[in-house]
Design a protein around this ligand. Structure first.
Ligand code: MG
Length: 416
């Protein structure tokens, strides 16, 4: 098979707001081959900045765009995907956004290979990357269901948060994450009241997670005090209490938590720290795991460079005995890619599940990954990613892009 086309598409809602909602626009990438097979991927990054990485004119040998790297290449096996990943990242060595942008193409390549070999992507990963796996569970080709957790913002007040939590509980969610909003903005009493409201609304049986939305920056002392104060509500984790790159502060926080005995996940009473969604490449995630002392690493396959680097972080998590969780705040195309990465590990059993989001994100695939009657979500046992982009449903959101430089057309819309 030869790659004959690599087409990024910018889609957006009619009105974009400053709300913390990453589903308002998106960048899809479609790759076509000379056999008629095509694959799709989605990036969680600024769509137009990323689109430029597919078409920017060559500056020198370290700034070569993704299209140039991929078109005309042979694509027959998982090894070809690994080879092309290396080539595209090497050619884009001096393009700051390369991993973000390439994520969509990388996911699309796996979608194609899975279709060609008539295998779900998760089954191909351990054989392609398995020599670096540290899991000894012997479950390499069996997918395990995940417990979806609803991801919502804190209400503006504890009372509003209680109502949100009670509604989620009523809808049957057994786990929910509350984040951002007023957390960390007023005082300790308000922070505690917010978490208490989340716990009381969800009930004692449910899992709750707290996303502090990087609010304490590098102030690990305050983060530690809050973690200790939240322990009485048994949150599954405290997420991003600190800035994404505050590695030393994360390490200091981990030291305080371990020294104090606040972290006792084995007893179900501690407050483990979660972070990693801001990892733009494998090394950032590695830094958080090795030097930041986190206990849940949250990876977005649409940011970190695609399925392979996400899978490598999963392997590192296995090696370090910590939990891997997806970060997904896009469509179910992204969710499918995210799930293939860790479907085969039964211990990594939580799934960030986009339950709402924009109309664009909800209409993007023909058959979303449903929550089954037992409350769990399963990877689709279909070739490739197992989901199909509904181009007719999302055509109204397509924003055709044309880039001209002088007389030259650098980018023009492909058929959709
Ligand atoms: Mg978060």
């Amino acid at each position: 098979m030869k790659i004959i086309a690599v087409d990024p598409f910018y889609l957006r809602m009619p009105d974009i707001t400053a709300a913390a909602d990453g589903t308002q626009d998106t960048l899809l990438v479609r790759i076509r081959t000379d056999t008629g097979l095509e694959g799709w991927g989605e990036c969680d990054a600024s769509p137009l900045v990323s689109l430029a990485v597919y078409c920017c004119p060559m500056s020198h040998g370290n700034i070569i765009n993704i299209r140039t790297s991929l078109i005309g290449e042979t694509l027959d096996s998982p090894e070809d995907v690994l080879r092309l990943n290396e080539k595209a990242l090497r050619n884009g060595l001096d393009i700051q956004q390369i991993q973000h942008a390439y994520s969509g193409a990388e996911i699309a390549l796996w979608d194609i290979i899975g279709q060609k070999l008539e295998q779900p992507v998760y089954r191909l990963l351990e054989s392609a990357l398995g020599e670096r796996a540290y899991s000894n569970k012997g479950t390499s080709d069996i997918a395990h269901p995940k417990l979806p957790y609803a991801s919502v913002l804190f209400g503006d007040t504890p009372e509003a948060t209680y109502r949100i939590a009670a509604e989620l509980h009523e809808q049957g969610y057994r786990a929910a994450k509350f984040g951002w909003g007023p957390m960390g903005k007023l005082d300790e009493a308000n922070d505690i009241a917010l978490v208490r409201a989340a716990r009381e609304g969800m009930g004692t049986e449910a899992q709750i997670m707290i996303d502090a939305g990087v609010v304490w920056g590098t102030d690990y002392d305050t983060a530690y005090q809050r973690a200790a104060a939240f322990a009485q509500f048994s949150p599954t984790w405290l997420e991003e209490p600190l800035a994404p790159d505050a590695i030393d502060a994360y390490g200091a926080l981990a030291g305080l938590l371990k020294g104090s005995g606040v972290t006792k996940p084995a007893h179900g009473t501690g407050v483990p720290i979660a972070a990693g969604e801001g990892s733009n490449n494998y090394r950032m995630a590695e830094d958080l795991i090795v030097h930041g002392g986190i206990e849940f690493v949250q990876i977005d396959a649409g940011r970190i460079g695609g399925i392979v680097p996400a899978f490598q972080v999963r392997q590192l998590a296995e090696q370090h005995g910590i939990q891997y969780v997806n970060h997904t705040f896009k469509s179910h195309l992204s969710l499918a890619a995210a799930l293939h990465v860790f479907a085969t590990n039964p211990d990594f059993n939580l799934l960030e599940y986009p339950a709402a989001g924009s109309e664009l994100s909800q209409r993007l695939v023909t058959e979303p990954l449903q929550v089954d009657s037992d409350g769990l979500v399963r990877v689709k046992e279909l070739p490739g990613l197992g989901v199909r982009v509904d181009t007719e449903a999302i055509r109204p959101y397509l924003a055709p892009v044309r880039i001209e430089v002088g007389e030259d057309t650098v980018f023009e819309p492909a058929d959709f």
